[in-house]
Write a protein that binds this ligand. Structure first.
Ligand SMILES: Nc1ncnc2c1ncn2[C@@H]1O[C@H](COP(=O)(O)OP(=O)(O)OP(=O)(O)O)[C@@H](O)[C@H]1O
Length: 716
């Protein structure tokens, strides 16, 4: 360890004091919850014994008295339960804190003081009761940013009261496990890099890890950004985008922020369930409740009230495997999720009342109550109100008109019959758009359409006749629905986090904008990790334009923390070098290409590589294939020889062990060792295939090898 003896003694004593304070507070918290528990139990007992009314009678006409009687018992219990939960949370934090109270210290001399102050930084704060003395500062506190952003010397941080300047005299990092100080070191940049290298050399775990001890300056800037309503991060594979997104969410929930958000104010939009599961532990490990998490297709299903929606994974599998249809699938999604198609849909919506709703005179008991002209007039105009809302208002107008004239209230069944045309079936309308060629071409006469538009129309018509709603049509329909009926979900969301931003199309962002009209956005992506389309930095301009927030900023991150030097160098050859990629300079073996003459010898090669990886102690080994079809077939060959799991659409496996996974599902994930198992020339030959190889290869932390049967792909 080599630390100065008196310093070491000081640190050991400081640690003991901290732990003993934390233990004292833990005991108090436990005692308080014992009291809470018995108070809750006895209040419940009292409630049972002393209230004269049964719960089921409470809402009857004479139940009010009973309700009042009950509330005098219920309210204190509710308060006790809330307190119990808050204290339970604190107990958990303290239990974790006792094991590892802090990971860093800075000695900061405020400009207006003579002596520097020792600031200990940990995952959560610890303060002496009834005093301002902070034993530990939360990593999210303003002063902790100095640790992440400065070396020794002049420094500053922004506090709620303004900028505070001073000097960092010492920067120290600790390794404390189970309450024992293993070592500490005073940090200059090189040593910190050495520690980070050691950290990154460890094996991955089945769940994503927190990175509070080693957040880098440029990452910290994104995590703490409070300036922008739209923050876009372009980061190369492994630069920490997902980690940052999650730490930022925890930061936004920090108690000390005046604009503190709760877990239900933040939503994270994930690419698939496997990824959602993989990241699910990070925020709780940072001591916060998990935020709302959704997959985009779940949002589509909820907007459309339709469960039979093609997932993006199914869409990709379909695209990659269907050689004959590939071009049309691509053109179709490109067209239907474009800005141009959105404008076409807007024109279509404008046309609906005139063209697609058959207004009729409303008769009741033989008397015309409202004419169709009046009804139509009420719907045309007021363009700022969504059509669906206007139709609902029309419904009320008709009911009121009947009441005015006949002085009767309509029965539900009659109402339903009369008001048939006020209900819009978006899918039926959308079908009409594609079925009526004359109408379609008239509607789009001012647009320059794709050359294959006729093929797109036929393809869409066919798809709309199946039971499954295709991914591109579901997107267009969701837009149509939101424009017609307005967006009513997610009203409490104030911060939207979108990971893998490059996978979404312009119309997706229009949908996000409609759904989260008043929210701020953090958007993270990598233009090199697109699967079926080509993107460049203009993607982010497009997103900015669509979301159109007051203040926005684009941050780029070019350092990859995941892969070894050799893996990153090898992976980089699959992408255009428009963006610089730096590695963290961690050494490893060169990736190799293994070519087998037939399937049997390929299987043998893969099996011996898996065995080697297991011998090396790797915890997660990813066997990546181009498609689910290839993955299933490889699984068939290997399953009786090694313990291996197949990952398919909607899998939620824990990533611990050996897995076979289609490349598009491996996005966002990482493995200690990766084997790309089907790199022959038939599988990988096109520009799109290069992107797939880039994504697959950059999943590897320590070891990457490529395998094929027959001729190896010329792309390798
Ligand atoms: N500051 C850091 N300290 C320690 N580890 C880090 C740091 N930043 C990133 N990492 C590690 O690097 C790996 C990649 O991080 P992450 O998955 O967040 O990157 P990403 O940019 O989302 O990658 P991809 O685009 O490939 O999905 C993870 O293992 C993460 O723990």
């Amino acid at each position: 360890m080599g630390n100065n003896q008196s310093e070491l003694e000081y640190e050991i004593k400081r640690l003991e004091e901290t732990i003993s304070l934390a233990k004292k507070q833990l005991n108090q918290a436990r005692q308080r919850n014992e009291e809470n528990k018995s108070a809750i139990l006895s209040a419940k007992k009292e409630l049972r014994e002393n209230t004269t009314h049964s719960i089921s009678g409470l809402w009857s006409s004479d139940g009010f008295e009973a309700l009042a009687e009950l509330s005098q018992y219920v309210n204190p219990v509710t308060e006790k339960i809330a307190d119990y939960e808050a204290v339970e949370n604190k107990i958990l934090l303290l239990e974790n804190l006792i094991k590892s109270p802090y990971f860093a210290r800075i000695d900061f001399k405020f400009d207006d003081e003579d002596m520097s102050e020792k600031i200990y930084i940990g995952r959560s704060s610890l303060k002496k009761d009834n005093s301002y003395e902070m034993y530990i500062y939360d990593w999210r506190s303003p002063i902790a940013s100095v640790f992440y952003r400065f070396v020794t010397g002049q420094a500053f941080y922004d506090s709620p009261g303004g900028r505070i300047t001073g000097e960092v005299d010492l920067k120290r990092q600790y390794e404390i496990n189970n309450g024992v100080l293993e070592y500490y070191f005073d940090a200059d940049v090189q040593i910190v890099d050495e520690i980070l290298r050691k950290l990154l050399s460890q094996n991955t775990s089945s769940k994503m890890k927190t990175i509070v001890e080693s957040i880098q300056k440029e990452q910290d800037i994104v995590i703490r950004d409070m300036e922008n309503d739209l923050l876009i991060v372009q980061g190369v594979a492994g630069s920490g985008k997902t980690s940052i997104a999650l730490h930022r969410a925890a930061y936004l929930m920090y108690q000390g922020l005046s604009s503190k958000l709760s877990a239900n104010n933040i939503i994270i939009i994930s690419p698939n369930t496997l990824f959602e599961q993989y990241i699910s532990n990070v925020i709780p490990e940072l001591g916060e409740d998990n935020v709302v998490s959704v997959i985009f297709e779940e949002m589509l299903a909820s907007i459309l009230q339709n469960e039979r929606i093609q997932s993006r994974n199914q869409f990709l599998e379909n695209l990659i495997t269907s050689s004959g249809y590939r071009d049309i699938i691509k053109s179709s999604i490109e067209f239907k999720t474009s800005h141009q198609f959105m404008e076409i849909l807007n024109l279509f919506i404008r046309d609906i009342p005139d063209r697609w709703i058959e207004f009729e005179d409303i008769y009741y008991e033989g008397q015309c109550i409202v004419t169709k002209e009046v009804l139509k007039e009420k719907i045309l105009g007021r363009n700022e109100t969504p059509l669906g809302v206007k139709l609902k208002q029309l419904e009320d107008f008709i009911v009121e008109s009947i009441y005015e004239s006949k002085k009767i209230r309509l029965k539900k069944s009659v109402k339903k019959e009369i008001l048939k045309f006020t209900e819009i079936n978006v899918l039926t309308l959308y079908r009409k758009l594609f079925n009526d060629r004359e109408y379609f071409y008239d509607l789009v006469k001012d647009f320059k359409l794709p050359d294959c538009i006729e093929d797109i129309l036929i393809y869409t018509q066919e798809n709309l006749n199946t039971k499954l709603l295709y991914y591109d049509d579901a997107t267009a329909l969701a837009y149509l629905n939101l424009k017609i009926n307005g967006a009513n979900e997610y009203k409490n969301i104030k911060q939207v986090v979108i990971d893998e931003a490059q996978d979404y199309y312009p119309l997706h962002y229009e949908i996000f904008n409609l759904l989260f009209a008043n929210s701020q956005f953090t958007i993270l992506g990598d233009i090199n990790q697109t699967l079926e389309k080509k993107e460049d930095l203009s993607l982010y301009e497009q997103i900015s334009k669509i979301l159109n927030r007051k203040k926005s900023s684009l941050v780029t991150m070019d350092k990859s923390f995941r892969c070894t030097n050799e893996i990153l160098m090898y992976s980089s050859k699959f992408i255009k070098q428009s963006l610089e990629i730096k590695s963290f300079n961690r050494k490893g073996d060169e990736p190799k290409i293994y070519t087998a003459s037939d399937q049997l010898s390929l299987n043998d090669m893969i099996i011996s590589e898996i065995k080697l990886c297991l011998e090396k102690g790797y915890q997660s080994i990813g066997l990546i294939c181009k498609t689910e079809k290839n993955a299933i077939s490889l699984f068939g060959f290997l399953k009786d020889r090694v313990d291996v799991q197949l990952i398919k659409d909607e899998s939620t496996a824990d990533l611990h062990g050996v897995f076979i996974i289609p490349v598009y599902m491996s996005k966002g994930l990482e493995f200690d060792a990766v084997l790309i198992c089907d790199t022959d020339t038939t599988n990988y030959h096109s520009e799109d295939d290069k992107n797939l190889l880039y994504i697959g290869c950059t999943r590897a932390l320590h070891r990457l090898n490529l395998f094929c049967k027959g001729e190896a792909s010329p792309l390798l």
